[in-house]
Design a protein around this ligand. Structure first.
Ligand code: FAD
Length: 291
């Protein structure tokens, strides 16, 4: 059993990759091709997101269980409160443990498509902190990661309230924090300072999504509220969407962002790889990981 907390330490730099469950068998085959390329960087663990639809939830466990057995890597399943009662969450976690998936990225989740506000189900949870507490109480040895927001969660009443919520999640038993994607390291460093001042002492892991397609990242950023620096957007807009030129601009930006985070002593980096390997591979080949 390797828990998330063990991935980070004075002598250890934690590298993690986040996948999502493909909808088709062809997508699954394609995923293994890219995971195969990514494992050369010896990630500390690999995670897979958990969606609102039933079919992809089964796929989440399928993906992480396969990574665990084929690549012999520690893994984490994401899990959200959306549409789940405590009984359903418990059953999912038991299934995960049967498959030797012993780490969870515990989230509240977003409202399902078409709905504007998150609604808990009867017998379910309203906030990720409640899910964390539930897992800690019933699954003592599972590793738990939670989400942190350098630019503040979009629904939070204030940055202070959002930070207080993060503290609640850590106090409830989270081992590490993985941040929402961001493109200005200044935001991350300011957030790190605030976490320290608030007494949040677990590893704070920056989450990075190397941009390879401007239209796609503008969509993702507008959904999660991440700012895109104007200079970066201007450089991307000189090339066609999805072109080799945009890829180069995105890789160069992500490489600089990664190198600066490493120089500033982050305990690890989480890459949102979007089931592809090329950009992350280029970034990781161009930086010196502290290991
Ligand atoms: P919470 O921590 O519960 O916070 C939600 C909001 O409620 C925040 O605004 C918070 O400030 C506020 N709040 C919390 N507690 C209280 C309280 N007691 N009183 C008042 N307000 C409170 N989504 C998916 O659907 N599937 C995934 O696999 C997935 N993976 C993710 C991985 C990472 C690393 C990140 C950063 C996000 C991920 N998400 C995923 C998105 C996430 O589900 C959304 O950002 C969601 O809107 C919030 O989830 P949370 O766990 O941060 O919620």
């Amino acid at each position: 059993m390797t828990t998330l907390a063990q991935a980070y330490g004075p002598e250890r730099f934690g590298l993690s990759f986040e996948l999502f469950p493909p909808k088709t068998d062809a997508g699954i085959e394609n995923l293994w091709f890219h995971v195969d390329r990514l494992v050369q960087f010896q990630p500390s663990y690999i995670t897979c997101t958990y969606g609102a639809g039933g079919a992809t939830q089964d796929r989440t466990l399928e993906v992480v269980a396969h990574v665990r057995s084929k690549f012999e890597l520690p893994v984490a399943t994401h899990l959200t409160c959306v549409g789940n009662t405590a009984d359903q969450l418990r059953a999912y976690l038991h299934r995960a443990l049967e498959l030797e998936v012993d780490n969870v990225v515990a989230l509240r989740g977003d409202p399902p498509r078409g709905e504007t506000a998150f609604q808990s189900v009867e017998g379910g949870f309203s906030y990720a902190s409640e899910l964390v507490q539930f897992i800690r109480d019933e699954f003592k040895n599972m590793g738990i990661a939670v989400a942190g927001y350098p630019e503040t969660h979009q629904e939070a009443v204030s940055p202070e309230a959002d930070l207080a919520n993060l503290k609640r999640k850590v106090d409830a038993g989270a081992d590490i924090i993985i941040t929402q994607l961001f493109y200005d390291n200044v935001d991350f460093f300011a957030f790190r300072d605030k976490c320290q001042a608030a007494g949040i002492n677990v590893p704070l892991i920056p989450g990075l999504l190397p941009v390879t397609n401007a239209a796609q990242i503008q969509r993702i950023s507008s959904l999660c509220g991440a700012k895109l620096p104007p200079d970066f957007l201007a450089a991307l807009s000189k090339h066609e969407d999805g072109s080799a030129g945009q890829f180069e601009v995105g890789v160069e930006f992500a490489t600089r962002q990664t190198a600066e985070l490493i120089a500033e002593g982050v305990p690890g980096i989480h890459f949102y790889v979007l089931n592809k390997s090329e950009a992350t591979e280029r970034v990781l080949s161009d930086v010196q990981l502290p290991r």
